[in-house]
Design a protein around this ligand. Structure first.
Ligand code: NAI
Length: 301
């Protein structure tokens, strides 16, 4: 197979002024992609703004011979999302790739969480991905081509102490990707989720000694592959960090069947809970339709 290239393709990468997003911007540009480098340029807690982060990445791409433009809007408003997609259309004529990557942290234990810490985290991570992806998705449908990445986190997919706001927002992105993968299927629009682990300004205080081995560039190859024309995967979630690449998934156990229309006593649930939870012979449904099919098979006996 030929090398992965992005000649003629256009990518919008949010939060690409530093950390993981910057590595994606540099890697895609080096393989011929034209890039909209979006970054609000604020602090990790979502306060402040500056043009310098996005501008510096654009300069770096240009001095390496690539093509890029900066966008300094926040992903957290519908107007910001529309403006960054429009920047791709105005400067490069199309939009093929969206990497939803912008992010902030407002970690607090649940009992201490303030409404403001919930609001801003949902706005940037979850609503931001809606605001950016929707105008791009409409263009991608017209083009019959698109590659979309959502950046979740194991904090949501698996759970992590002190991150209810962040975990809920990140798991929300899994739902968004799962549904969009189905809606985009007939227009060759692929949607996938990554749960990365990398040393960046968001995590350098949190990773301990493991930080040394968790270069952000270890995440880049997977994202580069997933947004390429050569990748036809969709509806997947990947855990990625430090050179280890793995699939994560939502599985469904065969479960226990109480009989047609069964309304068992709670004591029967107690008695069968082992069978209900037994992961042997699980399936990985791609939609509600797959789940219904599995139920109907059981009803048939
Ligand atoms: P980072 O702080 O280096 O990058 C995030 C970027 O998003 C920053 O450059 C920031 O200026 C930008 N940003 C923040 N709010 C924005 C807004 N409203 N509009 C536009 N840009 C905005 O951190 P990192 O680690 O590179 O994070 C990238 C993504 O990966 C985030 O979504 C984060 O939640 C996620 N993630 C990172 C993990 C890690 O281990 N580094 C673990 C799990 C998820």
């Amino acid at each position: 197979m030929s090398d992965i290239r992005f000649d003629g393709k256009v990518a919008l990468i949010t939060g690409a002024g530093g950390g993981l997003g910057k590595t994606y911007a540099l890697a895609l540009a080096a393989r011929g992609c034209k890039i909209v480098v979006n970054d609000l340029g604020g602090k990790s807690d979502g306060t402040g703004a500056s043009v310098s982060m996005a501008d510096a990445v654009v300069k770096e791409i240009e001095s390496a011979g690539g093509m890029a433009v900066a966008n300094h809007d926040s992903v957290a408003t519908p107007e910001g999302g529309k403006a960054m997609v429009q920047a791709a259309i105005d400067n490069f004529g199309r939009i093929d790739i969206v990497i939803n990557n912008a992010g902030i942290l407002r970690d607090k234990t649940f009992a201490k969480l303030e409404p403001a810490d919930l609001g801003i985290v949902l706005d940037v991570h979850l609503k931001g991905a809606f605001y950016v992806t929707q105008p791009a998705f409409i263009k991608m449908k017209e083009q019959n081509y698109g590659r979309i990445i959502f950046t979740a986190s194991s904090a949501g997919v698996l759970g992590n102490f002190g991150q209810t706001n962040y975990g809920a927002a990140k798991m929300g992105l899994v739902g968004l990707s799962n549904v969009l993968a189905l809606e985009g299927a007939k227009n060759n629009i692929k949607c996938n989720v990554i749960a990365p682990i990398a040393r960046t300004r968001l995590t350098e205080q949190l990773l301990g000694p493991a930080a040394a081995t968790l270069d952000p560039e270890c995440v880049t190859p997977l994202v580069t592959y997933l947004v390429s024309e050569q990748c036809d995967l969709t509806h997947n979630i990947f855990s990625v960090g430090g050179g280890r690449f793995a699939r994560m998934f939502v599985g469904l156990t065969p479960g226990w069947f109480a009989g047609k229309g069964g309304k068992p006593a709670p004591e029967q649930i107690r008695d069968h809970i082992g069978e209900i939870r037994d992961p042997a012979s699980y399936i990985i449904p791609d939609s509600i339709a797959d789940e219904m099919r599995a139920m109907m098979e059981m009803f048939k006996g």
